[in-house]
Design a protein around this ligand. Structure first.
Ligand code: KIV
Ligand code: ZN
Length: 522
């Protein structure tokens, strides 16, 4: 059930601000296309997050379009665009969020002396003026303004208090104090919130927000320390993705609040049963598998291996389990459908897994599911999620794999013939290689006119058995950009080709955003 606006301003309510689509997406290998971002945004809506930071509208036409589409796609959350303290940024942000039911803007500027001197080349007075100017400018158009003091944890507290005074006077409603470099430790980070709340005029009229990075592995601990010192908003990402070591993981902070209510008398509005589907959806989309020991959502998070633990859990789960897997939405039975399952059952199962049937071509995905049933006796949840993600991935692609013929034997050099559609036009190439995947990649490079560096390549059987759907993830680097690609198919050479084509499409998208041109094409 959606949280009402009144709830969001209650003293004991912690607002969950999701930045998977902005801070998360900007980390290496996490690029998403517009359709993928919309799919994630819809899932964030089902999770009932309070705020979605959809992107940084001024950074590129692609980012602008993503913010605009997300703003229109979701119903309950407030949708924000990030903005520097510049005219063109504020304009782009306001325009991109115009279609949102609840629009907002997130203005930031660095406040630490290190950033002022080496990055901005500005004085403290300049920064104060720029911050006040930008908030005043945005306030003429909308009420919902968040202001961030970038690198707050390394800023002078009294100077920061002065800036906060001014931006609150200019109309900021939320003040965010980020630990941009992941440098803080919980006690000092908590003290910073207490200090600011005590020394800023009008501190009680705004919501204080924490935004933490995980460089020392303290993102969640620092966020909780901020809450204990009055913060009522936490900025986080699904699976903790983000710059360098990542951001505060949403699932961890939310479950810590729920599980340790005895220590923290606060609540949040997250629909926790949507956590696991959100985690899997993101992992599939960006091709970064969740580590097995990842708290809350990792495969081992609820697995008890030691005999003594198993014995305890069998007698009473409370012995070793502090949370219930079903509260996080972990399916108790991952065995789902088979050859005889109909379209209705297929759609139902996807809805249970948190996938909105409106977000992909059901007809095509169902046909692919039937194909898979012919090849595989048992089809699991993760198999059908992979199929649907293949569909979403392809929605606005420039490169499409049409046909692949690979020949190999123990006596002959492997050879691949590839046909691809590049912006609607069919192109062919063939190549030989050290193995079937190598031959296939060389043929695809010829068509795309590019030789990227393959930094990582991995194959995983999504589910068990020799007939399992294989999932290939690759990390490619070209022209200073790193992107991930994924492909799922019951044939791993085919899955490898799909992964590479997916990476090329992402390189293309990223190239367009940044003005670089690493791949040929339209
Ligand atoms: O880490 C950071 O400081 C940020 C700001 C832009 C909020 O991401
Ligand atoms: Zn950040």
């Amino acid at each position: 059930m959606a949280t009402s606006n009144t709830d969001q301003f209650a003293d004991d309510y912690v607002r969950i601000f999701d930045t998977t689509l902005r801070d998360g997406e900007q980390s290496p290998g996490c690029t998403m296309n517009v359709e993928e971002k919309v799919a994630i945004a819809r899932q964030l809506d089902r999770l009932n997050v309070d705020i979605i930071e959809a992107g940084f509208a001024a950074s590129s036409p692609g980012d602008f379009e993503s913010v605009r589409r997300v703003a229109e796609a979701v119903t309950n959350p407030t949708v924000l665009s990030l903005s520097r303290t510049r005219d063109e940024d504020v304009d782009a942000a306001l325009k991109a969020i115009d279609g949102a039911r609840k629009p907002g803007i997130h203005i930031f500027i660095a406040t630490s002396d290190i950033h002022l001197k080496y990055k901005l080349n500005m004085t403290r007075e300049d920064v104060l003026d720029a911050a006040t100017w930008a908030v005043t400018r945005a306030k003429k158009h909308l009420d919902y303004i968040e202001f961030s003091c970038e690198d707050a944890s390394r800023s002078d507290w009294d100077y920061m208090a002065k800036i906060c005074n001014e931006v609150i006077r200019a109309g900021a409603r939320i003040i965010n104090l980020p630990d941009t470099t992941g440098h803080a430790i919980p006690e000092e980070f908590g003290r910073m919130f207490a200090y600011m709340r005590e020394h800023v005029e009008g501190a009680d009229k705004v919501i204080w927000s924490a935004h933490c990075h995980n460089d020392l592995g303290l993102g969640v601990a620092n966020s909780l320390a901020a809450i204990r010192n009055g913060a009522r908003q936490v900025e986080c990402t699904i699976n903790g993705i983000g710059e360098r070591a990542g951001n505060t993981a949403m699932e961890e902070v939310v479950m810590a609040l729920k599980t340790r209510k005895d220590l923290m008398a606060v609540r949040c509005g997250i629909e926790t049963r949507q956590i696991y589907p959100a985690s899997r959806l993101l992992a599939q989309i960006i091709g970064q598998p969740v580590p097995p020991n990842k708290p809350i959502v990792g495969d081992n998070a609820f697995a008890h291996e030691a005999g003594i633990h198993q014995d305890g859990v069998l007698k009473n789960k409370l012995t070793y389990e502090i949370m219930k897997p079903e509260d996080i939405g972990i399916p108790s039975n991952k065995l789902v459908l088979g050859k005889h399952s109909g379209r209705h059952a297929f759609i139902n199962r996807l809805t249970e897994l948190g996938v909105d049937p409106a977000s992909f071509d059901v007809q095509k995905a169902f046909a692919a599911f039937k194909d898979l049933c012919d090849k595989k006796k048992i089809v699991y949840d993760d198999d059908i999620l992979a199929l649907v993600n293949e569909e979403t991935r392809r929605a606005d692609d420039q490169f499409e794999l049409v046909d692949l013929v690979v020949t190999s034997s123990s006596r002959a050099t492997p050879r691949a013939e590839v046909t691809m559609r590049v912006a609607g036009e069919e192109r062919n190439a063939d190549a030989t290689g050290d193995g079937m995947v190598d031959a296939c990649y060389k043929a695809i490079y010829k068509i795309a006119g590019l030789t990227p560096v393959l930094e990582r390549y991995s194959v995983k059987a999504i589910t068990g058995g020799t007939d399992a759907l294989g999932e290939v993830s690759c990390l490619m680097r070209a022209d200073g950009m790193t992107v991930a690609g994924q492909g799922a198919h019951s044939d791993i050479v085919m899955a490898s080709a799909l992964a590479l084509v997916n990476a090329l499409n992402r390189l293309k998208t990223r190239g367009e955003r940044t003005g670089r041109r690493p791949v040929e094409g339209p």
